[in-house]
Ligand binder design. Sequence first.
Ligand code: ZN
Ligand code: ZN
Length: 71
Amino acid sequence: MLKPRGTNAAGHKGWYEVKCRICAKKLYIGDSIVYHCPKCVQQFEAYFCEAHARKLHYRCPYCGTELKLFI
Ligand SMILES: [Zn+2]
Ligand SMILES: [Zn+2]
């Protein structure tokens, strides 16, 4: 049986699953290292895994804004 993710004592909102825009790797905000573009995150779901954020030199491929670590 699968253990549900999201039991976190710190009053966390629970895991929020996103996908890297480039490799579609599943990332869990609060668990994985997730980078995002604050400008494009709503329009393009601009989330990136650590490896691809590095490959992009921490710049958004859509608008060139510096990527931020999603915490
Ligand atoms: Zn990736
Ligand atoms: Zn952007």
